[in-house]
Design a protein around this ligand. Structure first.
Ligand SMILES: [Zn+2]
Length: 177
């Protein structure tokens, strides 16, 4: 199963906006959210069956950012938080360290502003508003292509892709030689 996931992950890495062939890791296991403690209330505004809280995955309320990132990696979840800078740093760090010869790409980060009412409103219409390269971006894309999405009160959301992990970067460099 891991091999299948690795193949699909490499394949999906080659995706660019507009590629219709974009497959389908989501069809295999489905995207999910892991909701950080500081925004746990908004879990109710995400698809219920796809949403995990820290306690649901056996993490304590005091779990460190890096432990949450590790859990999101193992369970292949989009992390949802209001603590964007810390998680961005923790995710970039996670992808740089290579414990084994394997892909350490993650599955996206959604950063919310402070204030429950704002968070709720922005989450509800985010999928209608998110764009990347002129195309709409669904949660599934965020998950599949490891996007950073910062939802802003202004509606001018920040969207970019995390770079590939160290393993994938080295593979690409080797393939080009
Ligand atoms: Zn990788």
């Amino acid at each position: 199963m891991n091999d299948v996931l690795n193949i699909l992950t490499s394949y999906n890495r080659a995706w660019s906006p507009g590629a219709q062939a974009a497959a389908t890791l989501a069809d295999v296991i489905g995207y999910r959210f892991l909701v950080d403690r500081d925004v746990s209330k908004v879990a109710a505004h995400l698809p219920q069956k796809r949403t995990l809280t820290l306690s649901a995955v056996g993490l304590s309320e005091e779990a460190s950012d890096s432990l949450i990132v590790q859990e999101a990696y193992e369970r292949r979840c989009i992390i949802v938080t209001a603590n964007g800078e810390h998680f961005k740093a923790a995710m970039l760090r996670f992808m740089r360290v290579q414990k084994r010869k394997q892909c350490y790409d993650l599955n996206g980060l959604i950063v919310l502003p402070s204030g429950y009412e704002h968070q709720k409103r922005l989450l509800q219409d985010a999928q209608d508003r998110l764009r990347f390269g002129g195309r709409r971006l669904a949660w599934r894309d965020v998950w599949e292509r490891d996007f950073y999405v910062r939802l802003k009160k202004s509606g001018l959301h920040e969207v970019w892709r995390f770079p590939p992990c160290r393993y994938c970067t080295e593979q690409t460099v080797r393939a080009r030689r």
